[in-house]
Ligand binder design. Structure first.
Ligand code: HEM
Ligand code: HEM
Length: 176
């Protein structure tokens, strides 16, 4: 038998999970309400918010990934080997997308000649040369992958709610 505590993510992992949820929800709202970005657009207002939130997401995800490697995962949740594998794959893809997709936006911002900071204070390096074709392409991919990530998030949240309300097992409590 496992104790309940050994099946729960540790408090810092839970804090990071819900912090990322907050930041990512805010980021989609900002991304969909900010003005269109064209040649010569300045990174002010909601666009500046998009960049600040985005680089904060990258920073928190780096901490979260290190924490995940150091602390590992709690003992397995309920479920068949198949559903556990699907959950693992979804979580792995979410980690990867939450780092790679923002980095693509960052590269696009660099190619527009925008200089970025972390929390408005720490200057960040450019990820692509100003005016580069690569930065342009990565910007397009950034928009496409935002939808792929949204699809995965939808699947993930649906699974969490299904566990809680239909299967009525303890999976949601692992992260709550
Ligand atoms: C999880 C994090 C992020 C999400 C979910 C996200 C989402 C989006 C979405 C949906 C768009 C398309 C908006 C539209 O055209 O209607 C967009 C555009 C953009 N994002 Fe992000 N973004 C994230 C992180 C970042 C970061 C870290 C940066 C830069 C530091 C960034 C820079 C940009 C730029 C420059 C565009 C305009 C790209 C273009 O149209 O060429 N984003 N983002
Ligand atoms: C932006 C939205 C979200 C993202 C990006 C996200 C991402 C993730 C990731 C990457 C993991 C794996 C954690 C790890 O192994 O370190 C995870 C686990 C988990 N998430 Fe989320 N999540 C989101 C929203 C939610 C919501 C809204 C709920 C609840 C309704 C939820 C419930 C859970 C639960 C219960 C686990 C643990 C699953 C298990 O132990 O097998 N998540 N989430």
């Amino acid at each position: 038998m496992h104790s309940d505590a050994s099946r729960q993510y540790d408090p810092f992992a839970r804090l990071l999970h819900w912090l990322i949820v907050l930041l990512v929800v805010a980021q989609y709202v900002v991304a969909w309400t900010m003005p269109g970005i064209h040649h010569g657009t300045q990174p002010v207002g909601l666009i500046a918010w998009h960049l600040e939130l985005g680089t904060a997401i990258v920073a928190v995800m780096v901490v979260r990934t290190v924490w995940r490697i150091v602390r590992r995962e709690p003992d397995a949740a309920e479920g068949s080997p198949f559903t556990r594998q699907v959950a693992h794959l979804t979580h792995g893809l979410l980690y990867a997308l939450l780092i790679v997709q923002p980095l693509m936006g960052w590269a696009n911002a660099s190619s527009r000649g925008w200089s970025l900071t972390l929390f408005g204070a720490v200057p960040l390096p450019a990820l692509a040369p100003t005016g580069s074709r690569l930065g342009h392409v990565l910007g397009d991919l950034h928009g496409v992958l935002a939808w792929a990530m949204l699809g995965l998030i939808g699947l993930h949240v649906a699974a969490a709610l299904f566990h809680h309300f239909v299967l009525r097992d303890g999976v949601l409590r692992r992260m709550a």
